[in-house]
Design a protein around this ligand. Structure first.
Ligand code: ADP
Ligand code: MG
Length: 409
């Protein structure tokens, strides 16, 4: 039998597994049900791709977005994995089904809504299955930030093929969501593997807003790029980009309201640049692979700790020092609370918990990194030495101010 490490080297051309990949793959190979919580870019796909090549049978991959599935399919085929998608937009269904029945598919990507169909379940019983991989598994939880009711259809399917191991994967799950995923998908507590969220080269700074534009102008004046400034609205992006451009720095806007050609041009210019600043909505950054981003600034509160971690995580992928600077105000929380009031009743509790967690992060006088890491279930020391509060403890500032007031009185 092909060993995982040989497959990694021969098929993927990588010298070694990273982080928790070997632990996850070992459990999967042993047939144990597993939930892997690994940050974006950590290499979750390999955790099922390698076993799909090492084990007999087809690995069924559940993925929430058809576009994402087709990207994954191309990437898998590019390294010679025998893969196919079975979705409403595919016109080669017959061929895919024939390949599956013949046992010549390593990976079969499906959308979750497939899972409930009796016809589909019958199809799956016609060939050997190696594994169920459930990508973006937080979608199964109402506590998650992206609940998709179709994910609830998976459990009966998984149970029908109860001796096929299941591997759930997600980048973004707080403790509550993780417990929910385990329960919803029938994975034991000890099947949880969490790892690798720390980004030690990123310095986190979180500051109350005075005048955001001036604060960001000051920040970019002393901060070499390339960098990303996140604003909350398209209008906010345009306004801030214009202001920042006045400083003489090379600045481009990016948001979904721009012409796609302009968007592509601005994105390529940024990727090629050594000092540019992009002012963007959160639409910017997905799928952008630029290792030397030196700073990410938020002109307002992000949507959640998960979003903050993802967005700041675009800085410093090369491992060199980078900074993440967030400016926030009480009005951001007021707006967020109003937004929560407008979402569907069943989701409000989860949204409130997420907002409270974000509040704890921005208001803490303690280590920011510790709060981030503990949010993702990782242990962390009291002090990281590389966030604003660890570098300049707020208690010390208060004490100085108080002392000065006292002395000047
Ligand atoms: P995730 O789904 O966790 O965000 P991906 O599975 O898309 O991450 O992988 C991110 C990138 O890392 C891909 O380009 C992948 O080829 C690469 N990668 C994954 N594992 C390894 C490894 N062990 N060595 C080198 N590169 C890896
Ligand atoms: Mg992925």
């Amino acid at each position: 039998m092909n060993q995982p490490l040989d497959i990694l080297r021969k098929t993927f051309g990588f010298p070694d597994f990273r982080g928790v990949q070997p632990q996850v793959i070992e459990r999967v190979m042993a047939g144990a049900n597993t939930l892997a919580v690994m940050p974006t870019g950590a290499g979750k796909s390999l955790c099922y791709q390698v076993p799909s090549l090492a084990l007999d049978g087809t690995c069924i991959v559940v993925s929430p977005l058809i576009a994402l599935m087709h990207d994954q399919l191309r990437a898998a085929e590019a390294v010679g994995i025998r893969a196919a998608t079975l979705t409403s937009v595919d016109d080669n269904r017959e061929e895919t089904i024939a390949r599956f029945r013949a046992g010549t598919l390593d990976l079969l990507y499906i959308a979750p809504e497939r899972a409930s169909g009796e016809g589909f379940r019958n199809l799956l019983s016609q060939a050997k299955l190696s594994l169920f991989a459930i990508d973006e598994a937080h979608c199964v939880s109402e506590w998650g930030h992206d609940f998709r009711p179709d994910y609830r259809l998976l459990r009966p399917l998984l149970d029908r093929f109860g001796d096929v191991p299941r591997l759930a994967l997600t980048a973004t799950a707080d403790a509550h969501t993780r417990a929910d995923i385990l329960e919803q998908l029938g994975i034991p507590q000890d099947g949880l593997i969490v790892a690798g969220f720390d980004r030690p080269n990123i310095r986190y700074t979180i500051t109350p807003r005075e005048n955001t534009t001036r604060q960001i102008v000051d920040l970019i004046a002393e901060q070499p790029g390339p960098g990303i400034v996140y604003a909350q609205t398209r209008a906010g992006v345009e306004k801030l980009a214009a202001k920042l451009a006045e400083t003489g720095r090379s600045v481009l806007p990016y948001h979904a309201g721009l012409d796609p050609a302009v968007r592509r041009r601005n994105q390529s210019a940024f990727v090629a640049s050594e000092d540019m600043v992009v002012v963007a909505t959160v639409a910017f950054g997905m799928g952008i692979d630029k290792p030397d981003v030196r700073f990410v600034a938020h002109a307002g509160l992000p949507k959640s700790i998960e979003a903050y971690y993802q967005e700041t995580g675009r800085a410093g992928r090369d491992g060199d020092p980078a900074v993440a600077h967030l400016f926030w105000g009480a009005e951001d929380f007021a707006k967020a609370r109003q937004r929560i009031g407008e979402v569907e009743a069943g989701r409000q509790a989860g949204e409130r918990v997420r907002l409270t967690a974000l509040g704890a992060l921005v208001e803490t006088a303690g280590c920011r990194r510790r709060i981030l890491l503990r949010h993702f279930g990782e242990d962390a020391p009291e002090s990281c030495g590389n966030c604003d509060n660890c570098l300049t403890p707020p208690a010390a500032i208060d004490a100085t101010v108080t002392a000065q007031k006292f002395l000047s009185a």
